[in-house]
Design a protein around this ligand. Structure first.
Ligand code: PAF
Length: 279
C-alpha cells in the first residue's frame, strides 16, 4: 500500500499506476471502523484499483472544540487499510489542502438549510469543497460513501451532477453494532455508560417506524421519539424529522420514499442516524 502526504507525488503515482477506467475511492476522516472497511471492500470488489483519503477537514467543522476532539488514530487506520487491500492512501496535512484560507463557498439551497444544515451552518459547504478537491486530485471512476450521512450523500450527488464530475457515486448501507448503534468514528468518544445510552437513537427510529407503519400520525411518532430520548439522562435530542428521500423536503404523508432522520448528543458527543421506511 502506497501512502502519500503530498498532492504532486500522489498525482504522479496515480497517473502512472492506477487504472483510470476502474479506480474506486473512499474519502474518510480517519478513525476507521468496520463501516469504512466495508466501503474499501466494495471498492476492491468492483474496481481494479482502490484509493482512500484520511483528512480531518477543518472547513466542515463549525465548532473548534468538535474539530479538536475528533478522534485521530492514523497508525491503526493505515494497518486496517493495508489489511483490507487498499492500494493508495492520501493523508494530507491541512496546509497541503488549504494553502490559503478558502474563498469558495457552496450553497445548496434548501438541501443544506434543513436537518444537519440547520444545526451546523457552513458544514456542507466545507464538505463540498474538500470532496471537490479530492475528486479533482484522485479522479475516481466510483466514489463510495456511507448512508449514515444521508444528507451528505444527497448534497454530494447534487455537487457531482451540477459540476459534471465524471464519476459514479455509491451509497453503502449503514453498518450497526450488535445492539443497533450505527457505527461511527465518534462512538470512540463515548464512555461505557454513554455507549450503552447511545443506542437510544436507533431504538427511537425503529419504534417510530413501527408506529408509522401501523398508521399512527407523524406528530404522535415525533412525541414518542421525544419521550424515548427524554428518558435517558445523558441524551439530548436535537431533531427527529421525516423527509422525502430524493429532495429532503419534510413530508406530510409517509410513503415508501420517506426517510426518518435523527440527531442528538450523548454527553458531549453528537451522533446522527437514519432509517428508510422500506428498510
Ligand atoms: O463523511 C466523511 O467522513 C466526511 O464528511 C468526508 C466525506 C470524508 C469529507 O470530509
Amino acid at each position: 500500500m502506497q501512502i502519500f502526504k503530498e498532492i504532486a507525488p500522489l498525482r504522479a503515482f496515480l497517473s502512472k499506476n492506477s487504472d483510470s477506467a476502474s479506480l474506486g475511492f473512499v474519502p474518510t476522516m480517519g478513525a476507521l471502523h468496520a463501516g469504512h472497511i466495508s466501503l474499501i471492500k466494495a471498492s476492491r470488489h468492483e474496481n481494479k484499483f482502490t484509493a482512500c483519503s484520511i483528512f480531518v477537514n477543518p472547513a466542515q467543522f463549525n465548532n473548534a472544540n468538535d474539530l479538536e476532539k475528533y478522534p485521530r488514530t492514523l497508525d491503526q487506520d493505515l494497518e486496517m487499510l493495508n489489511k483490507a487491500g487498499c492500494d493508495v492512501v492520501f493523508v494530507p496535512e491541512a496546509m497541503e489542502m488549504y494553502e490559503t484560507e478558502p474563498l469558495i463557498k457552496f450553497d445548496f439551497g434548501e438541501l443544506d438549510k434543513v436537518l444537519e444544515g440547520k444545526f451546523r451552518p457552513g458544514h456542507f459547504s466545507g464538505v463540498a469543497l474538500v470532496v471537490s478537491k479530492l475528486f479533482h486530485l484522485i479522479k475516481p471512476t466510483v466514489a463510495y460513501f456511507g448512508q449514515k450521512d444521508f444528507q451528505q450523500f444527497k448534497i454530494i450527488e447534487r455537487l457531482v451532477n451540477e459540476l459534471k464530475f465524471d464519476l459514479k457515486l455509491k451509497a453503502m448501507p449503514i453498518l450497526r453494532e450488535a445492539d443497533g448503534l450505527a457505527m461511527s468514528s465518534r462512538n470512540s468518544r463515548l464512555n461505557s455508560k454513554q455507549r450503552t445510552d447511545a443506542v437510544v437513537f436507533y431504538r427511537a427510529l425503529t419504534e417510530a417506524r413501527k408506529l408509522l407503519k401501523a398508521g399512527e400520525s407523524i406528530s404522535s411518532a415525533k412525541e414518542t421519539v421525544a419521550k424515548i430520548c427524554e428518558r435517558v439522562e445523558s441524551v439530548k435530542l436535537e431533531y427527529f424529522e421525516l423527509a422525502e428521500c430524493n429532495n429532503l423536503k419534510a413530508v406530510e404523508n409517509v410513503t415508501d420514499n420517506t426517510v426518518l432522520l435523527i440527531a442528538g448528543f450523548v454527553g458531549e458527543t453528537r451522533l446522527i442516524d437514519n432509517l428508510l421506511m422500506t428498510e
